[in-house]
Design a protein around this ligand. Structure first.
Ligand code: PNS
Length: 179
């Protein structure tokens, strides 16, 4: 009798090298908040590597220039394993390809975020094939926004519960000496 053997097409690929999955978490990070940090940590718990991409949204006016936003994000994420922070030089999809990333992760706080992210994810997918995963905001800092924190700081309010001490100091310094 012929011994049964599993068809090669259905054999498990035991021992095959695991391809690390790299995810990009892009944003303006003006400045990075505890809401962003929560999203990035949760993303890092799912994927092998996370690249935080500091980019530019041409419709926004920024408090911090690109190098400052990058440095603040790096200081806030120092010591978080599996995460590095890089600038996005131009288009996000080109950055993802250059970094070997297969997925973009964005946080969604409310319905208006979803409308914006849906449009952006479909365009990015049509242009590059890269998929976007949307993670809901976390319980503690899920609705915090950089825009509102800047507004509070401009009015003399205390944003320290929502950012790291380094970011708080940078915002206070910028408020004391605006450019
Ligand atoms: O924090 P934000 O404002 O939501 O971040 C938006 C950002 C920087 C991720 C987005 O504007 C971006 O990807 N900019 C890079 C240029 C680009 O690819 N634009 C096309 C988006 S469809």
């Amino acid at each position: 009798m012929k011994a049964w053997s599993m068809p090669s097409s259905t054999q498990c690929d035991i021992g095959a090298a695991h391809q690390p999955v790299r995810a990009v978490v892009p944003g303006s990070f003006d400045p990075i908040t505890r809401g962003h940090l929560d999203l990035i940590r949760r993303t890092a718990s799912i994927f092998d590597e996370v690249i935080v991409g500091v980019g530019r949204n041409t419709t926004k006016n920024y408090l911090f220039d690109p190098d400052e936003r990058l440095a603040l994000a790096r200081s806030a994420l120092a010591g978080v394993s599996g995460v590095r922070v890089e600038p996005i030089p131009a288009l996000l999809i080109d950055f993802c390809v250059a970094q070997g990333a297969r997925v973009i992760v964005k946080g969604v706080r409310f319905g208006s975020d979803f409308d914006y992210e849906l449009q952006m994810s479909q365009l990015n997918n049509a242009l590059s094939g890269i998929e976007t995963l949307l993670l809901p905001g976390g319980r503690e800092y899920g609705t915090v926004s950089s825009t509102m924190l800047r507004e509070i700081a401009q009015g003399g309010g205390d944003i320290s519960p929502f950012v790291t001490p380094e970011v708080n100091a940078a915002v206070l310094a910028r408020m004391a000496a605006p450019r």
